[in-house]
Design a protein. Structure first.
Length: 89
């Protein structure tokens, strides 16, 4: 997921993940695995509050309200990119 999220998408637009900081991307990547903030913080050596702050800023950047929406937005962007690459007539 992370590899294709960092690529440019069609029309010259930057992929959604390219608009996020490295820490925001890390936190959302782990949130996509269903991990709570406390566990994400443990894995990244951050407090759960700092994880929540990174996720909140990522949500604002992506124009969504919740971490679930942010993850869905990134996963959806990744799936659309995969579909474009795998199209075969």
């Amino acid at each position: 997921m992370t590899q294709s999220l960092s690529r440019s998408s069609g029309g010259g637009r930057l992929a959604l993940a390219a608009r996020l900081s490295e820490r925001q991307s890390d936190c959302l990547r782990l949130a996509a695995q269903g991990l709570p903030s406390r566990e994400i913080g443990r894995r990244l050596s951050l407090s759960s509050r700092t994880v929540d702050d990174h996720i909140l800023l990522a949500c604002r950047t992506l124009g969504v309200r919740t971490r679930v929406q942010a993850v869905a937005r990134l996963v959806g962007d990744d799936r659309r990119a995969d579909e474009r690459r795998s199209f075969a007539p």
